[in-house]
Design a binder for this molecule. Structure first.
Ligand code: GAL
Ligand code: ZN
Length: 665
């Protein structure tokens, strides 16, 4: 069973934190909740890691305390999100089924007590999860104060036990049908890898056959997806129609395909930790846009740091004022909720030193005041922003399989798929261009410009979608390492960019990993390419050369580095170079102008302008000043500023580290 319902955007913004009432005497909950009200919180997430309190012995459920906590919170106007506690299986379960502990690459079984200590394919674990989640669903599913459910917590382990290997082999048998087909797709005649029985196929514990490596990632995805579906099926029947199900994903975690897992969820959410240092909005916005792209709708920021984390070599606090800007940055990129992790410092456990709202005594820490400010902000902004979402005319395509494939064989130790994607994202973010980050398998209707960074894996479906996009007038930007491999991670018997050569009017004659940057000479600019350079060859006399390589390794000298080609009603720019920042910004400016893409607003450096658009088309601007100076911004229209409650005509002044929320007056 898999009844999926749409996520209905809430009628307000949510602010709150993770709350672990089970760790504290019940007599103190009232005071906790009073403090939450003082902070302006309206949501609490509970239950993750509470398995041993919810089911102290097999089949013996103890849910009353959670019922009381939900009710006390509700009475104070605070809704609940419940997390299934499956990332913390209790000791009794592990004692019963030691075989449910995951095995690492070196064959060692995990120890109890460090969470996520489960093999995701263990049938005994599944049975225990089903029993508990069903019982939780029966009890709390009909509760109108439970807004939604988070499944598990940050899926992350990969298990190498014999059962996982066996299931991997079964997965392959189903996918390929016949071993001959697998042998052909994986080119196993190479190094005599030919398989004549499914049982011979290993789990890759290090570098291995590229086809096998990619299928293993798909198998991990599929294993988590089955585990997730099991929980969804246990929950669904008992939930109210408007109750959503989510999972809290981690940053740019690359353990599995997030798009596949998101298909079965109504809502995407994620956990944003800066960790060490301070955040840079030009790159952190990409992680928000990524998560918004999982479901192509607004998301929840299910966890974020109140001050500092505890798991970095240096756990500095975010500078004063910074987390307020982080909250607004998240909202600007489509968050409908911001939840801190966590409420109060636990006396024990592995996370004793993590930032919280209350200290061990139950008194507010200095950070509390900043959360309170966000609470006031959200109260003022809530109604305006409810139902509004970011809208972009430019999409960046993201392909987990290309990222994995390049990561396994980078060919240049410093080449990183993600860094390359951000090389395109950052200058656009700095120019306040709204961006969507989408699966490379998405429909592309409605965009003016699509950027496909290092789209290594090119399936016929992707090629057809890109062709239709350009034929209908879209501007496509293809970069280096494009169109080189098929979905089995095998090289195509075609020159790059494979089936897209028709669009680019150019192909790659050769690619070079670079020892040193090579000069790139454009029209009116001189730059350089680092790490990588592709020597382009024109296939159509109408293809325009936008830049050529200067003298370098001899092979590249004078050859086209960047080309442009008209196709149908659209245009394709093909970038074979990894440009320096100034040249990259100049190139992107030109392409934006050609595609007619407009920024939200032109702002001074260090001021971000985000836009959300209401269902009625109302435009709402969020301006964030990350600098330590007052900034002045010319407004194109008469505006109303909602955080201060003022009408503004002409010039807006934003104080250092401050935010403005504008709509048309
Ligand atoms: C997250 C996790 C939380 C908490 C937090 C600390 O990854 O979901 O439970 O451990 O990190 O930063
Ligand atoms: Zn396993």
């Amino acid at each position: 069973m898999n009844i999926k319902r749409a996520y209905t955007p809430p009628a307000k913004l949510y602010l709150g934190s993770a709350y672990y009432p089970e760790q504290w005497p019940e007599a103190g909950w009232k005071e906790d909740i009073r403090q939450m009200q003082v902070a302006g919180f309206n949501v609490a997430r509970m239950g993750d890691f509470a398995w041993s309190r919810l089911e102290p012995a097999p089949g013996q459920f103890n849910f009353d305390w959670l019922d009381r906590a939900i009710a006390m919170l509700a009475e104070a106007g605070i809704d609940s999100v419940l997390a299934t506690p499956t990332a913390g299986p209790p000791a009794w379960l592990v004692t019963q089924h030691p075989d449910m502990l995951p095995v690492d690459k070196d064959g060692r079984r995990a120890q109890f007590g460090n969470r996520c200590h489960y093999c995701v394919t263990s049938p005994e674990f599944h049975a225990a999860v089903r029993r508990l989640v069903e019982a939780l669903a029966q009890r709390f599913g009909p509760n109108p104060h439970v807004l939604g459910w988070q499944l598990d917590n940050e899926y992350n382990r990969t298990c190498y036990c014999p059962r996982c290997q066996h299931q991997f082999q079964q997965y392959l048998a189903q996918r390929y049908g016949a071993l001959d087909e697998l042998n052909r797709r994986w080119a196993t005649t190479y190094w005599s890898q030919t398989y004549d029985a499914w049982e011979q196929i290993p789990l890759p514990v290090g570098p291995h056959n590229p086809g096998l490596m990619l299928e293993h990632k798909r198998f991990i995805t599929e294993s988590y997806r089955r585990f997730q579906r099991l929980q969804i099926d246990a929950l669904r029947l008992h939930l109210l129609p408007e109750t959503w199900i989510t999972h809290n994903f981690m940053f740019w975690h690359d353990g599995y395909d997030h798009y596949d897992l998101s298909e079965d969820l109504e809502l995407a959410s994620w956990d944003w930790y800066v960790g060490m240092g301070q955040h840079d909005y030009r790159s952190s916005g990409a992680a928000h846009d990524l998560v918004r792209g999982y479901k192509r709708q607004n998301f929840w920021l299910m966890e974020t740091q109140p001050g500092n984390v505890n798991w970095k070599p240096l756990n500095n606090a975010i500078d004063k004022g910074g987390t307020r800007l982080m909250a607004w940055h998240a909202v600007g990129h489509g968050a409908d909720a911001v939840l801190y992790w966590q409420w109060r410092s636990p006396l024990g456990g592995q996370e004793q030193y993590h930032g919280t709202l209350l200290d061990t005594t139950g008194q507010p820490r200095p950070f509390f005041a900043e959360a309170q400010q966000v609470g006031r902000d959200f109260a003022a902004a809530s109604r305006l922003l409810a139902g509004a979402r970011p809208v972009a005319e430019t999409a960046i395509l993201h392909c987990p399989a290309s990222r994995w494939s390049i990561g396994w064989q980078p060919h240049h130790q410093d080449f990183d798929y993600l860094e390359h994607l951000l090389h395109y994202y950052k200058p656009l973010a700095a120019a306040n261009i709204p961006l969507d980050i989408l699966s490379a398998d998405s429909l592309l209707d409605g965009y003016r410009m699509v950027i496909a960074p290092a789209l290594l894996i090119l399936t016929p479906g992707r090629a057809a979608a890109l062709k239709a996009f350009v034929a209908n007038g879209g501007h496509l930007l293809l970069t280096l390492r494009s169109g080189m491999k098929d979905e089995f991670n095998a090289l195509l018997p075609l020159r790059q960019p494979g089936a897209l050569a028709e669009l680019t009017g150019a192909e790659v004659e050769e690619y070079y990993a670079l020892e040193n940057p090579v000069p790139v000479l454009g029209e009116g600019w001189q730059g350089a390419s680092r790490l990588w350079a592709e020597r382009l060859k024109l296939l159509d006399p109408a293809t325009q050369v936008l830049a050529r390589y200067g003298a370098s390794n001899g092979w590249l000298d004078g050859c086209p580095a960047i080309t442009q080609h008209a196709f149908g009603k659209g245009r394709v720019t093909f970038v074979g170079a990894y440009l320096d920042e100034a040249s990259q910004a100049a190139l992107l400016q030109r392409l934006l102008a050609e595609a007619g893409v407009q920024p939200v607003l032109v702002t001074p450096e260090g001021v971000e302008a985000c836009r959300r658009v209401g269902e009625d088309g109302e435009e709402i601007l969020i301006l964030i000043n990350y600098t330590h100076q007052e900034q002045r911004i010319g407004l194109p229209w008469r505006a109303y500023e909602h955080l201060r409650g003022q009408a503004i005509q002409g010039e807006l002044r934003i104080a250092p580290l401050d935010v403005a929320l504008l709509s048309h007056a």
